[in-house]
Design a protein around this ligand. Sequence first.
Ligand code: FMN
Length: 352
Amino acid sequence: MIKNEKAIHQHRKDEHLSLAIKYWREQRNKTAGLTFSDLRLIPNTLPEIALEDIKLSSNFLGTSFEFPFYIEAMTGGTPRADKLNAQLAQIAKSQGLAMAVGSQSIALKYPELAAGFKNVRALHPSGFLFANLGAGHSLENAKRAVEMIEANALEIHVNTAQELPMDEGDRAFRWLDNINEISEKLEVPVIVKEVGFGMSQQTFKQLSETAVSAINIGGNGGTNFAWIERKRSQNGFDIDDFGLSTVESLLEAQLSPPTKPLIATGGITSAQDIVKSLILGADLASSAGFLLSTLNESGVEAVEALLEQWKADLAKWMTLLGVVNIIDLKQVDTLLSPRALSFIEQRSGKIW
Ligand SMILES: Cc1cc2nc3c(=O)[nH]c(=O)nc-3n(C[C@H](O)[C@H](O)[C@H](O)COP(=O)(O)O)c2cc1C
């Protein structure tokens, strides 16, 4: 029976990978919400700087990240997932990037599956690694997950809109006190992370009152777990169009008093998306599905080349905008589309 449960859990992990790859191959990464095209950037015709002046590093949780981007949480706990994590760790190391592992829940339940997660640390010994668990886990489990990969921080994922379309998903979502307790007592910083349905002002307010160190707004427009889980399930709960996009979630954060440092995830597929995320207030951006899809279609070297391109492009974008460091990107002059203005008008003063 126990062996069967383990096999079911592992099967779910592999199905997530296959369906995410199918999703990106079919180019389903659309959103009904605001996209990065709703934000235009004003040219700086006389930037008075040189490309060599540009500093791409970003300070986040007391650490200097060489590049304001990292590889986001995906997987672990099956032979296929472990192979993927090893490839991602190799890429993260060669590119000097941080990396998050996927949920370690499976390895807490079946400790013999921890080896693949530990291998990520072995392959990227000095890298900044994020552990990852769901919000229902105890402080003890959070400590074990961090210890497993000697993590520098813990991501706690919040995923109501993923669980409800799952036949076998959770049906109770009382998390806030637990998140606060873990954030207060864990020895590394805690980041609360949506998995692709975005966050509103109400959520920023709730989290601002906790000991959480940072927030990953996890907006829609990229991998859609409502779609992925619906493909796996029989219950027919269709919420494919639900949620706030990455751009909308960042605007919601701007409509809130400054709360915590922000990470932008959800549909990041270019240096331009990273630049615009930083302009909209994020300190870092990260990407999951698009990198998985590129890795699957074209291999490790292609992902490395892509990330090299993003670094070069980011420096060029900053030169174009006349900005020498990441912090100053927040001052860049922008133009919002009429529907973005309407969003801001409708959402202003909702909570605060
Ligand atoms: C195959 C796959 C598995 C994922 N598993 C996890 C997970 O275990 N924990 C988590 O916090 N997020 C998980 N995610 C969500 C991503 O970290 C990210 O929040 C989401 O995919 C949106 O980013 P994207 O559009 O760049 O893919 C997973 C994503 C993919 C594609």
